[in-house]
Write a protein that binds this ligand. Structure first.
Ligand SMILES: [Cu+2]
Length: 424
């Protein structure tokens, strides 16, 4: 599939979030990482290669903060001759958080394709008086999660079934932040409106969302994430690991001349992976030194720190800025095999990994003051951006690239670059 992109305003480039693009890093999107931005008035043809993705994904601009307004859904339907692993819904609605309203008929089941395209907030989402069944995430099927709310991070997509089985009326659906340190505490709403004759309530029923700080609600939801692992959609999680990476995620500061900035101590806020920012030099496979990463009294100094197969992401409490970080990797889906709180223990924590039916995702919410472990085969050669999907953190430096070398065969090597690559 080819997409023709025309840049109208500022220079821009475009990413198909979650599309693996086998052997084709040339059309991945991040500006100055895999391509130069498309200059105003210029154009660039992207070649988009779909492989095993099925479900909901999305695309967004990947230049500066332009993804705030330049984004849209990508829907991958079951291939001809195959079906959904659940009853076919009556209708489906793409719901890009921020803009939505739906009309439903009593008794029918609908598929909500929910995309968190928000810049900086993880979101709880709920529909008043209705249950939800989550059946897919990030373009892959999961075992159904029966719930009355979801928590979705920036970058994530979820396929959610809802049956219109309540008294015909109007009901609010609502989403608001699961709070980090700084957040927008407004609630975004829309109405689920039943068809038919009834007296609309003056105020539709409103859902009671989990509290801003309800880490248990996040944990309980995350624990239920398991791959569908059916004959048609099997799991292929690597049981052994070649390369282990341990990566700390921190918000910290950079000095300003004469302490002239608005951040703590006159410094400016920054963010890092293993205490390094993407513009700095070589990335290391572990933090520069170890300490109690999640302690209440972690010092405000710089902290903490890639080849691939297993990555443990460790959030830190540096600057008392512990937060959930939605870490996203381009070019791959990966198996999310485990998570926990406190410092990752290399001896005991791996014994609890789910190596049977871990969900296959492209974005993982690394818990506040905790860790998340992922596994994948580095089988897609190229230079792939890896970053926190909270835009402020990514801008501050919480990003790096994974370089996956070519294999020995043509099929295991990058395609040739396209005949035209726009210059920087
Ligand atoms: Cu982050």
């Amino acid at each position: 599939m080819y997409v023709f992109a025309l840049s109208r305003m500022l220079g821009d480039s475009y990413l198909r979030h979650g599309v693996k693009q086998p052997r084709n890093p040339w059309s991945d999107g991040p500006e100055y990482i895999t391509q130069c931005p498309i200059k105003p008035g210029a154009n660039f043809s992207y070649e988009i290669i779909f492989s095993t993705e099925e479900g909901t994904l999305w695309w967004h601009a990947h230049s500066d903060w332009s993804r705030a307004t330049v984004h849209g859904p990508i829907i991958v339907y079951p291939a001809n001759g195959t079906t959904y692993p659940y009853s076919k819904p009556s209708e489906e609605f793409p719901i890009v958080l921020g803009t939505f309203k739906i009309m439903v008929d009593y008794g029918k089941t609908y598929l909500l394709r929910i995309i968190n395209a928000i810049m900086n907030e993880e979101m709880f989402f709920k529909v008043a008086e209705h249950n939800l069944t989550v059946v897919g995430m990030d373009g892959a099927y999961i075992k159904p999660i029966y719930t009355d709310y979801i928590m979705i991070t920036p970058g994530q997509t979820m396929d959610v079934l809802i049956t219109a089985n309540q008294s015909p009326s109007e009901y609010y659906m609502a989403a608001r932040a699961y709070a980090g340190l700084q957040y927008d505490n407004t609630t975004t709403t829309a109405i689920v409106q039943y068809s038919g004759n009834y007296t609309a309530p003056s105020t539709p029923a409103f859902p009671i969302l989990p509290n801003y700080t309800d880490i248990d609600a996040v944990t309980n939801f995350t624990r239920q994430m398991k791959a569908l692992n059916s004959k048609e959609h099997p799991v292929d999680v690597p049981q052994t690991v070649d390369t282990k990476l341990y990566i700390t995620l921190s918000v910290n500061t950079l000095p300003c001349v004469n302490s002239s900035c608005d951040g703590p101590n006159g410094d400016r806020l920054a963010a890092s992976l293993n205490n390094m920012r993407v513009l700095n030099d070589r990335f290391s496979s572990q933090p520069p030194y170890f300490f109690n990463f999640t302690a209440d009294d972690v010092s405000d100094d710089y902290l903490t720190p890639n080849n691939v197969t297993k990555i443990v992401f460790q959030t830190t409490n540096v600057m008392k800025a512990a937060e959930n970080h939605p870490m996203h990797l381009h070019g791959y889906s990966f198996y999310f095999v485990g998570f926990g709180f406190g410092n990752f223990n290399n001896e005991t924590d791996p014994t609890g990994y789910n190596l049977v039916d871990p969900p296959e995702v492209n974005t993982v919410g690394v818990p506040t003051n905790g860790w998340a472990a992922i596994r994948f085969r580095a089988d897609n050669p190229g230079v792939w951006f890896m970053h926190c999907h909270l835009e402020r953190h990514s801008s501050w430096g919480m990003d790096t690239v994974l370089i996956v070398k070519n294999g020995t065969t043509t099929e295991a090597s990058m395609q040739d670059p396209p005949p035209y690559l726009n210059p920087c």
